[in-house]
Write a protein that binds this ligand. Sequence first.
Ligand SMILES: [Zn+2]
Length: 215
Amino acid sequence: MVIYGYKTIKTKSKDGLEIECESCGKTGSTAIQFFQEYLHVFWIPFLPWSRFATTSCKNCGYTTDSESMSPKYEALYKKQKPMPPIWLFTGLVVILLSYGFTYWQKQHKKEVEQNRIVMCSEQDAAPGKIYQVGVDDTKGDIDFLKKNHTKSKLIQIVTVSNDSIKYYKGYQIRDVSEDIMNIVEDNHLGNQFDTFHPDTMSIADFKKLEIVNCR
Ligand SMILES: [Zn+2]
């Protein structure tokens, strides 16, 4: 349930206006007060609403409001009328900012995704390059032919020749949905690759790998 409603605050008052009272004729005895209505949502000011004013004569007590003001008073009203305080836009600004942030996040994610696809789809292996590839869960090893893996691990290219690559296998096996490229830099984990037992695979097999990510 959204709780909303209207509240009114006094925004400005001014005494001794250079105006002749329409009732007693005295000059400088009329005061004007301005009010601002605003929309609140859960008591948080959301948006300024209508403005109005009242005048009163200190000499004879004659009063007017926005409805009953004569043109002479109205000119004064327009001249003195204050802008709505900026904090009355709080709710609106918060909504706009959160929409903007969500939009930015979406765009950013899309961009990152696109970059990743371009980088990895080339499959152009170079020494030092790291790939996150799908693995066969049951064997705990890289399976070249199976698709739709649920697990992944990293491999790091050591050398590339015309028809094969030499690579180090990563130790960690993680869910395929997890981005594990960063574990290489995690100092707590130590060396993430089995550098003592480099493996070799043909370029043809390498191209069949399910590549999740690379860098
Ligand atoms: Zn008066």
